[in-house]
Ligand binder design. Structure first.
Ligand SMILES: Nc1ncnc2c1ncn2[C@@H]1O[C@H](COP(=O)(O)OP(=O)(O)O)[C@@H](O)[C@H]1O
Ligand SMILES: [Mg+2]
Length: 321
């Protein structure tokens, strides 16, 4: 066992020396099974996402490669290589996220243009009609068409903007979180339990204030909608070092976690939750996560989703430099 394996399997090589796998890990049959299958087949095997119970309460998930080393007829040794499956899944997820977002961006923008183009025609026609109208009272209706067309147009323009960062300024992430919390509290009549775990040493970060507020608001609103009346939302901030996002290595990254103890994204929409128009709520638009992701990505960052120990984690990573 090399030092990494000692770490991963929570046992020292000295202690394990001379023991059988079932003596070391009585709660897991993994090694016995792997060894006997290898002896039988004599062939190299790869298994992904294997769960190993190190103790009744400590379980790891690994990808493994098992190679019998055959000297004469039977394997005399078996080489077991393990790697952390969760780390692998995370990378996969991240790669997926980028493809999803490319598609999302195209689909939102395509949709927006499809709506915007005929809007110009509708508005123009209403103006012409208004000129021809002799009855003043009827102009009230053309005005509604014109005003509503303008409103829809502004809404669409707002939908189209997240793909570019407009004005950057120095932002204090905690000030933004506090502001969003005050908005969310104002929106909800019932009391919401929000606990905070801030790292006060986090410096300002350059970003588009309006957009970052929008992204954080979308995530915290979702968390509010997910919890019940006794539920809690936790806001946690940290600095992370040496983080690769969108194939770029960042020396320092701000990590903002929005954690809630609700049920998590329903499994049937989990894979597509960051797509526009995918919603698990009757009154939802399915745009919240997609817009938030676009905003953070246009700042060089990433939002990811994880479910762990009955808690829902939305993590914003925002590069500092
Ligand atoms: N914190 C959360 N907990 C549980 N489900 C969530 C959470 N955030 C998002 N979701 C799920 O993802 C869906 C998509 O979210 P979103 O893109 O914001 O659209 P909308 O809120 O309009 O439905 C939600 O409808 C909900 O089912
Ligand atoms: Mg939402």
């Amino acid at each position: 066992m090399n030092p990494t394996a000692e770490d991963m399997l929570s046992v020292s090589a000295t202690r394990a020396d001379g023991m059988t796998p079932s003596e070391i890990w009585p709660n897991s049959s993994f090694f016995n099974r792997a060894i006997s299958q290898s002896v039988e087949s004599g062939a190299k095997r790869i298994e992904r996402g294997v769960e190993i119970n190190l103790t009744p309460r400590h379980r790891i998930k690994v990808d493994c490669m098992i190679t019998p080393i055959i000297e004469e007829e039977y394997p005399t040794e078996i080489l077991v290589e393990l790697s952390d499956a969760n780390a692998y899944e995370k990378v996969l997820n991240e790669a997926n996220q980028q493809t999803v977002q490319e598609a999302a961006k195209e689909s939102i923008q395509g949709m927006a243009h499809e709506i915007k183009n005929p809007l110009g025609g509708i508005r123009g026609a209403a103006q012409l009609l208004e000129l021809e109208l002799e009855n003043e009272e009827l102009k009230e209706y053309t005005q509604i068409i014109i005003n509503e067309s303008d409103r829809l147009r502004k809404f669409i323009d707002r939908m189209l903007t997240p793909s570019r960062v407009n004005e950057k300024s120095d932002l204090n992430i905690h000030e933004i979180l506090e502001y969003v919390v005050s908005v969310v509290r104002a929106e909800n009549s019932q009391n919401i339990n929000i606990s905070k775990d801030y790292d006060p040493s986090i410096p300002d970060v350059a970003g588009d204030r309006e957009q970052i507020i929008q992204a954080v608001l979308n995530l915290i609103r979702n968390a509010v909608q997910a919890i019940d009346e006794n539920g809690t939302i936790t806001l946690k901030t940290r600095i992370r070092r040496q983080v690769t996002i969108q194939n770029k290595l960042n020396r320092h990254v701000i990590e903002v976690e929005i954690i809630d103890d609700g049920p998590g994204i329903p499994p049937e929409i989990e894979a597509g939750a960051f797509y526009p128009m995918i919603t698990g709520r009757a009154e939802g638009t399915g745009l919240g996560l997609s817009i938030a992701q676009q905003i953070i990505q246009s700042h060089g960052g990433l939002i990811s989703y994880e479910r762990e120990y009955d808690e829902t984690y939305f993590t914003i990573l925002l590069p500092m430099d």
